[in-house]
Design a protein around this ligand. Sequence first.
Ligand code: 3PG
Length: 311
Amino acid sequence: ADKAPSAAEAKSETAQRVKIGIYFATWWALNVVFNIYNKKVLNVYPFPWLTSTLSLACGSLMMLVSWATRIAEPPKIDLEFWKVLFPVAVAHTIGHVAATVSMSKVAVSFTHIIKSGEPAFSVLVSRFLLGENFPPAVYLSLLPIIGGCGLAALTELNFNMTGFMGAMISNLAFVFRNIFSKKGMKGTSVSGMNYYACLSMLSLLILTPFAIAVEGPHLWAAGWKEAVSLVGPQFIWWVAAQSIFYHLYNQVSYMSLDQISPLTFSIGNTMKRISVIVSSIIIFHTPVQPINALGAAIAILGTFLYSQAKA
Ligand code: 3PG
């Protein structure tokens, strides 16, 4: 028979909610700072393959130091763990570099408007590749998501095909990353924080040769000189900030993924995008037409309808 929750149960549920609330607020705040420094760097130093690599390198280093000094307990993992992690890391690498390439070509707000369409990709992948079925309301909620993103893209003042495609590829890659990683995390005793640390390290190994092939040290060095002459010696701190905050926001998001369902996670992620879109428009004085903002609002509303339909 159903029992009314005891006072102790109700208290622990409240504590859990407060904890998730703190995770979410921290995740969004760190993400806003990352997005701002990332774009400041890309504006004067348009090498997204390198900045993506540096973000992963910085996170890997931070975690290796944390393990060595026992600030964080190192995970107990075997070869099998790395094998299961490999497809997650491939998807994470593609999604990360594609989003950064996108942001190097278009406004941060535009990349994130397109990225708010991620649930649509999630449903299409689950339906057509995994054979999952959803109630009709879920499919209906895709209409405003796709329509809103489409309207925002068509009316974007600084539309750029590479910027658009980068955000779309990132959506697709992150759907796979989330499916694989939730599965992978289930089977291990590795914490969300350590799971993300290993993911960064493996992604770094995958990305580095490609970054060298696509951009390479010659361009990086010449571009660096130019960026320092434009910004001054503090340019290095911008690069450090984008790298450190990239790791921190992802670490916190994986720590919360540990505690919540993928659905709650994707709602949190959409709310994160609203804070990034609004703050980047203010900080970078991004021009927006009313019809463009309407497209973004419809897409985001669609994401909320989607989460309701899925719940
Ligand atoms: C990246 O560089 O990985 C993207 O900015 C991340 O996008 P997210 O907001 O989906 O984490």
